[in-house]
Write a protein that binds this ligand. Structure first.
Ligand code: NAD
Length: 426
């Protein structure tokens, strides 16, 4: 069984060895500052149901700390701590003034109707708010697996009720609906960021030729895993704006394949209506969606969850380019196998940082009480992602390391500098 937290720490450790950081400080940087476990009861269906959740703060070198909340039956404390750590480095790589945090609630959202989910979300929020684990100045959540702008609106509403005179109350959470103090463009942001990062890759002829691809992003084929917020938006923009060809979509309950190309919106409508790709008329149904990861394509985009490429299937991966839209999709051992096979990996902490970049814009907008336009959001996101890609690529060349290790070196050094200035080790 792969351990996401152990693997995250192994990636960090590898990068730490290439910095001048002492063993003691390295240990402090790796260690998650605190994790709060909450178990709360909710009256539902004439009974009381107990739910378990976590909010982890990895590093408070900058506040507020920032990171999503996922609703997922398989989430657990170590997963949440790993995700909180990724947030510290991710925020540093794109230079947003946040520490790293993450939350999780152990629940299968499909087991409950909308009213029940609302009640559960509000109860979970109350528990976190009263401990300052949701707060505009201390800790600001956002959507992740199993949550969306709807849950963020309920969280914001709970905070407002508990702090009615706080004029910045709406900055307690990002990813809210645009008409509820959210930011137009936040919902698409992580997928949009994946698009911008992939575009940057294809603008670098040296990188493109290093994997023996012809130049240009247009007409390159890709296979996607996870057709949710991140996967849907990334594949929509890459096909519609950049002329890429989506040839496979893997979901948890099966996938579809068509080497002539799939239409993203048609596939999405079908999946939302039927809850599965079975009998999809414009592609071949593949019962075990994970098999699609092994098919030939120019770019593989895992956008579902962690540990989907491990030492068990890494050697069978046929693409030469993977962009990690999900957090932690490739295990530490799988990364080694892929690197040996000359597969180029654009790591999660760079590739999916567009979500938190735009969350930062939303937080700023909420505190400015000034509405940004979609053009401005996209322009600033593009600038942020391009700069981050350049920083990481330059570090990779300078230190002769993978893009992942380069991204961690940058993240670690920036966390360290901010932490020292904040006197965190005194
Ligand atoms: P989501 O819940 O909207 O979508 C996830 C999708 O993946 C769902 O359609 C689900 O059915 C599918 N899925 C789950 N397990 C699968 C499996 N084993 N095989 C194939 N498909 C599977 O979640 P999301 O917000 O799109 O997040 C996806 C990933 O991106 C996560 O790793 C998350 O941490 C990361 N991420 C999300 C954001 C964001 O803004 N939402 C930002 C950064 C990173």
């Amino acid at each position: 069984m792969n351990n996401f937290l152990t693997d995250t720490n192994r990636f960090v450790d590898k990068a730490l060895k290439l910095t001048s950081i002492s063993a003691g400080l390295a240990n402090k940087i790796i260690t998650c500052n605190s994790t709060y476990t909450v178990r709360f009861g909710v009256r539902l269906r004439n009974d009381i149901y107990t739910f378990e959740g976590w909010r982890s703060v990895h590093s408070e070198h900058m506040e507020p700390t920032k990171g999503g909340i996922r609703f997922d039956i398989s989430t657990h404390v170590e997963e949440v701590e790993a995700l909180a750590a990724l947030m510290s480095y991710k925020n540093a790589i794109i230079n947003v003034p946040f520490g790293g945090s993450k939350g999780g609630l152990k629940i299968n959202p499909k087991d409950w109707d909308e009213k029940e989910i609302e009640k559960i979300t509000r109860r979970f929020s109350q528990e976190l708010i009263k401990r300052d684990l949701i707060s505009p100045s201390q800790n600001v959540p956002a959507p992740d697996i199993g949550t969306s702008s709807r849950e963020m609106a309920w969280i914001a509403d709970e905070y407002r009720k508990m702090s009615p005179t706080d004029i910045n109350a709406s900055a307690c959470v990002t990813g809210k609906p645009a008409n509820k103090n959210g930011l137009i463009g936040r919902e698409e942001a992580t997928g949009r960021g994946v698009q911008y990062i992939l575009r940057e890759f294809f603008k670098h002829d040296d990188l493109v030729s290093s994997i023996k691809y012809s130049s240009g992003i247009s007409k390159k084929s890709f296979i996607l895993q996870g057709f949710g917020n991140v996967g849907y938006n990334a594949s929509k923009f890459l096909t519609e704006d950049d002329g890429m060809k989506l040839i496979g979509i893997a979901e948890y309950n099966g996938g579809i394949y068509n080497e002539n190309g799939l239409n993203v919106n048609h596939a999405k409508k079908f999946f939302v209506k039927h809850g599965s790709f079975e009998n999809y008329p414009k592609g071949n149904f593949v019962k075990d969606g994970s098999l699609l990861l092994k098919r030939k394509c120019d770019v593989l985009i895992p956008a579902a969850r962690e540990n989907v490429i491990t030492s068990k299937n890494a050697a069978d991966i046929k693409t030469k380019l993977i962009i990690e839209a999900a957090n932690g999709p490739i295990s530490f051992d799988a990364h080694k196998i892929l690197a040996k096979n000359k597969v180029f990996i654009i790591p999660d902490i760079l590739a999916n940082s567009g979500g938190v970049a735009v969350s930062y814009f939303e937080w700023v907008q909420n505190r400015q009480h000034y509405r940004w336009t979609l053009d401005r959001v996209r322009q600033e996101l593009d600038h942020t992602m391009t700069q981050a890609f350049e920083d990481v690529w330059q570090m990779a060349q300078q230190s002769n390391v993978s893009l992942r290790t380069a991204a961690y070196i940058i993240g670690i050094n920036r966390v360290r500098r901010a932490a020292e200035l904040a006197g965190f080790a005194t």
